[in-house]
Structure formats: C-alpha cells, structure tokens
Write a protein that binds this ligand. Sequence first.
Ligand code: F0G
Length: 379
Amino acid sequence: MSARYTGLIERYRDRLPVSDDTRLISLGEGNTPLIKLNYIPKLTGKDVEIFVKYEGLNPTGSFKDRGMTMAVTKAVEEGSKAIICASTGNTSAAAAAYAARAGIAAFVLIPDGKIALGKLAQGMMHGATVIQIKGNFDDGMQLVKEVAEHAPVTIVNSINPYRLQGQKTAAFEIVEELGEAPDYHCLPVGNAGNITAHWIGYSEYACQLGDTVTEACALCEGECQYTNVVVCSKRPKMVGYQAAGSAPFMRGEMVDNPETVATAIRIGHPQSWDRAWKVKEESGGWFDECTDEAILAAQKLLAEKEGVFCEPASATSLAGALADIESGKIPEGSKIVCTLTGHGLKDPDTAIKQSTAPMVTVDATLDAVRNAILSNMPD
Ligand code: F0G
C-alpha cells in the first residue's frame, strides 16, 4: 500500500466486495479521528473513558461517505447512469458529491424546509437534481422505492447493501486504534443502518481476531468470510439513542409524525427495523431516547469544552451516554465510543440560534475593542 491514504475501499479491499478491476469512486473518505474527551468524563464524576469518532471529518462532512463510496462504486461497476435517494440531508449531500465524482446523475428527495442549510447547499452545488417533497423522510423513502421500479436509477439509501458494507469500516478503524473493541458503542439512530453496519464491522473483526470456534454471528448470514472460522472475541454493547419526538424504537412501533430539532434523525419508519433489534439482542445493548434540550446541551458542551463541533443529531450519542453514565447503566470502568455522525457546519442556523457566546458590535476604535476584551475576560 502506498503511503498516500486513498480511501476506505483501498484500505479494506480484502474485506469489501470489490475486485482488482473495480474502478473505485473515492474522495479519500474514512480514517477519521477518534478523539479522547478530557473535560466531559471528569464532569460526570465517574471513572469512564469516552472517545468520539468524529465522522464529520469525512469529505462531505458525515459518515454517509463511507457507505456512498461503496454504493456508487458498485452502481458504476454495474453500469448505472443515475442514483437516487431520499434523505434528511446528509445522504443527499454524499450522493450528490460521489455522483459528481463518478460522472453520473443524482436525484435526491428531501423534505421541504426540513433539512439543514449546509446540506441543501451541498446537494445543489454538486449538481444533483434536488426534489423537495411536501412530506417527510419516510414519505420520500416510500416514493424512492416505488419510482426505482419504473426508472433506470440505483437506490443509494442504506437499503442498498453496499452502503452498510462501506459503513462497517468505522468499526474496523476503532478496533485497530484502541487495540480491541470498546465496552459500549453509542450511536444516534434514524433509519438504523449505521448501528447495523457497525455491528457487522465489529462482528467481522472479532471473527477475524477470535481464537476459538463457537458459533457464527447471526448478522453475518453467511456473507462474512470468517463465519466458518471462529467466533468472536470482544464486541461492544451497542446502544442506540433517538430523539424523543422521533423514537420508534422506544415506542416499539413506527411513528407517523416524527419531530425533532435534530432533523437528520427525524425518521419515524426506520428501514433497518428488524436488523437493529437483532443488533440490540446480540450485543446486549439497548435503545433510549433524548429530549431535544439534552441533545442541544450535549452539542454545545462538545463544542465549548472539547473543541469538537458536530451537528445536533450527532450529539444524541453523547447526550444518551451521559444519561446512562449518570444512572449507572453504563458502569464505571467502561471504555465508551460515541459516534459523532456529522459536522456542526452542516446546520449553522441551529448553532447560531442556541449560541450564548458573547457577540458584541463596537466602534472600530482601540478603546472600544479593548473594553470588549476586558469585559469578557475570564476571572
Ligand atoms: N446522524 C446523522 C448526522 C445522520 O444524517 C443520520 C441519518 C443519522 C445520524 C442516523 O443514521 O439512519 O443510519 O440510523 N441520515 C440519513 C440521511 C437518514 O438521509 O442523511 P441511520
């Protein structure tokens, strides 16, 4: 392998469904930082280690790039000239960018007025056809499935199996960096594709590392090349957090009118429903919900005290983890990874609205600026 990092397919080629002849459509995605938090663990008053996997540093600013590089690579390999998705914004941004990179067309269906500004800009800038629908993500998803039966387009939502294959590599990176899987892996859950993908990744990796033959992981379903070899050394408990107004996994049923400030996970009919329940069962994890207030507070805490800016939906993983650390459900001594799924710059409106940082407008004089500094100096 050359020293230049050229994306996750190249890096994990032997564990992904590509051949030597496959033309890779890549923007250098993956290889994102796993940042150990300093301030926030102390704040909990408990003995825990918390790492955040900063997926906002992917090329289009979210974890979707991991899946999209695979989905678009395979679409192109299969001769597709156009891709389509429904999206709360990040999938559409990634689809638009990777389609541009590949030289094919992208059609994206988004809920009218309900996606963050940065994501809208991305879809438009990369030249996708942006179709705003007067409905929510779930309506868009239904339409995409129907229209794909009548038009020559490849669906690149996470029901496309290559998406999860790409996304599983985040778990590989974490195991490689920590030397083993963490005790708990916390994620925001919308469609539940990403929590499923991580579990596949941890399971495959554990199978590869494991040293005793016991049983096959159910999720591998024969696809994992290691299934027959071994089972699993350590895997984490997978914990999925949803926004309270948009929490079908907590309700135990689909939600028809989901609402949350975390627009990325404003989803009431998750596409990976059965698989996510299986992840919870197999990993010994759980689902829980966070209020919008708790989500925004966690987003702000990360930005102000750790220097990490993620979008609201992403902060759901930390908001939930903090509640479970406090209650003791996540016990002391635990090593926890929270995925921060998207960059804070995706949603500048929400950030500016909730910011309490002092912003003053003063005359352009030395005195005025000095006064502004002195009156805002920490004690
Ligand atoms: N976090 C962010 C920032 C997201 O954009 C999404 C999903 C999720 C978490 C949830 O991931 O669906 O795999 O459970 N966004 C999709 C989109 C729906 O269209 O961009 P999931």
